[in-house]
Design a protein. Structure first.
Length: 596
């Protein structure tokens, strides 16, 4: 257990577990604001806990220390530092991620505030994601992060015996009727949501300790094994695969995909930590069950219900974008392990880019089948970025999903809550989202977007070779100026109805190009591509207002069309693709592009 207490108490949103709201008894709505909520958390998306506190587990792991000291020794070339990542105007997000891990470690303690268990699970998962991705890199904070994780695990161990029935497990400290069917569970019923969040986080940290040969791995593995094994009595096998109950209560013997996904991923991480294939086999059987309940195909994408077996068929409906953040991670695991072939993962990308993303990066469609979730879509979007980010590097996944995830995180959270461009910290769920983006970059985005031009000096410079780039066609734009929309960013404002931008491509590149635009607009408009004779719609640019109607900056992602590619300036090196913002008064901070 740690010897200091929190320096700042915070309420945080554990998105994917939003507050229970008004229930529609006729439909048994599966939204997080209704009976299928996974836990009642308050929305405090602007956590800024003290990030200056030092971890108090002060022992430097010898294996970690040796790995850092040996970097660059006679064994070979120097080990490179873990690469940073820019997201829109945030030039450096790795320090933001580290600071967020520190601040959440200070702020969260299930022993003091029982509702923190899922948030601590998010934090442990985020630390493990970064450490796994950084195995082949120098990461100066590696030992510190391991100590932070073990401090969180010690706190969780101290609070793991409060639920009724077998321990260790986690749940709610209030009575709750999860499905609105009258079967109210008493306080301290064990739920898979909270228990699975912790189990997956602990198992993932155990995996990293074991990979380092850290002697602390044994105790961590033992805790993970106990957390996971506690649910063996609540596993249902079907001809299609296995699922875990929603809670320890018999009335909740229901197949809820996102909760089963947590235990599946915990089993897989434990398999890596221990080498015990039975855990991997159990995880695979759970993803088999999920696959059997999906609808659709790789071309159109998939849809699935929040709950299936054990829940009345007439009350089932498509999973919401918030809870899907976990189900999508299980799909990514199935793709990474080869349990699902690449064409299935291609179908998941269609779900993300076609069903969920509808042109507004701050407000996705509410449900995985593309239907509406009403006003809840604003908050659900801030959670769903975790599911998008999980698919960045999965075989078969569309790399555009990664850039779209960056746009969602920027538009729905970083800009929406005016996170400072440097020195900011994020809440636990967004800490995991950022860890996903840093850890799971597709090859095309290994160093972020390839080309980026920010409004300012020389933003209209003609290319002198074919290395590629982006630029403003400045005759259509006002001079650059610092403009505020929550964040203050340098930008040009269009002075014409057809203000142009250009993407300069090497003449040898004939394939796909992903483009993003960071912009501010008080009215909806479009961006179109010139084919030599006419403009063609590439994307809608929604009004950049949040759910309160406040105009802020957004970043949106779209693609050029290879079939109509036209060289607008034949005398200029490369193929100079002309784009048009259709409305005057649109402020553009930057245009980015990446060839795939």
């Amino acid at each position: 257990m740690r010897f200091f207490r929190r320096l700042l108490l915070v309420l945080l949103v554990a998105c994917g577990s939003d507050p229970i709201g008004v229930r529609d008894a006729s439909t048994r709505d599966a939204s997080p604001d209704a009976p299928f909520a996974d836990a009642p958390f308050a929305d405090a998306a602007v956590i800024d806990a003290n990030d200056d506190a030092a971890p108090d587990a002060g022992v430097t792991d010898a294996a970690v220390e040796d790995a850092e000291v040996d970097a660059g020794s006679d064994a070979g070339p120097p080990v490179p530092p873990f690469p940073d990542l820019a997201i829109g105007p945030y030039e450096s997000t790795l320090p933001m991620l580290i600071a967020s891990m520190r601040s959440n470690a200070v702020a969260l303690d299930t022993g003091a505030t029982y509702g923190h268990s899922a948030a601590q699970g998010y934090l442990l998962q985020a630390i493990a994601e970064l450490l796994r991705a950084a195995r082949a890199y120098t990461l100066p904070e590696r030992a510190e992060l391991l100590d932070l994780a073990l401090g969180e695990i010690a706190e969780l161990e101290g609070a793991a015996d409060r639920t009724t029935g077998a321990a260790p497990a986690f749940g709610l400290d209030t009575a709750w009727d999860a499905f609105g069917d009258g079967s109210t569970n008493p306080a301290f019923t064990a739920y898979v949501w909270q228990s699975g969040m912790v189990a997956y986080g602990v198992a993932a940290v155990a995996r990293e300790l074991q990979a380092l040969g850290d002697p602390r791995a044994a105790d961590t593995i033992a805790f993970a094994r106990a957390l996971i094994g506690r649910w063996d009595a609540h596993l249902t096998s079907t001809p299609d695969g296995d699922y875990w109950w929603y809670s320890s209560a018999p009335a909740d013997a229901i197949a809820v995909h996102n909760t089963s996904a947590l235990l599946a991923m915990a089993h897989d991480a434990l398999a890596e930590a221990t080498g015990e294939s039975a855990h991997a086999e159990q995880a695979e059987r759970s993803t088999d069950f999920l696959w059997a309940r999906l609808r659709g195909n790789p071309t159109t994408g998939y849809a699935w219900n929040y709950a299936d077996d054990g829940y009345p068929a007439g009350s089932r409906r498509a999973e919401d974008a918030s809870h899907a953040l976990v189900t999508l991670q299980a799909m990514a695991l199935a793709g990474r392990r080869g349990w699902w072939p690449e064409n299935r993962i291609q179908g998941v990308s269609r779900t993300l880019l076609g069903n969920l993303f509808a042109g507004n990066p701050a407000r996705l469609n509410g449900r995985v089948d593309g239907t509406s979730g009403g006003e809840s879509e604003w908050t659900w979007t801030r959670a769903s970025v975790i599911g998008f980010g999980a698919h960045g590097d999965i075989p078969g996944a569309d790399p555009e999903v990664f850039d779209t995830a960056c746009s969602i995180l920027f538009s729905s959270y970083l800009s929406r809550f005016e996170r400072a461009l440097s020195g900011a910290t994020l809440d636990s769920a967004r800490t995991l989202a950022l860890a996903m983006l840093l850890a799971r970059r597709p090859a095309a985005f290994a160093e972020g977007t390839r080309w980026r031009q920010m409004a300012g000096p020389d933003d209209d410079a003609l290319p002198t070779d074919e290395t590629g780039g982006t630029r403003f066609y400045t005759v259509d734009w006002n001079p650059p100026a610092n403009l505020a929309a929550g964040l203050t960013l340098p930008a040009r404002t269009s002075s014409a109805l057809n203000a142009n931008l250009l993407v300069d491509l090497p003449s040898t590149h004939t394939g796909r190009v992903v483009v993003s635009l960071t912009y501010r607009s008080s009215a909806a408009t479009t961006i179109r591509e010139w084919d030599g004779a006419a403009y063609h719609l590439r994307a809608t640019l929604p009004r950049t207002a949040d759910e309160d109607g406040v105009v802020r900056w957004m970043r949106t992602t779209f693609e050029l069309d290879p079939a109509i590619r036209h060289d607008y300036q034949a005398a200029v090196p490369g193929v100079n693709v002309l784009l048009e913002v259709a409305a005057s008064g649109t402020a553009v901070h930057a245009i980015e592009a990446t060839p795939l």
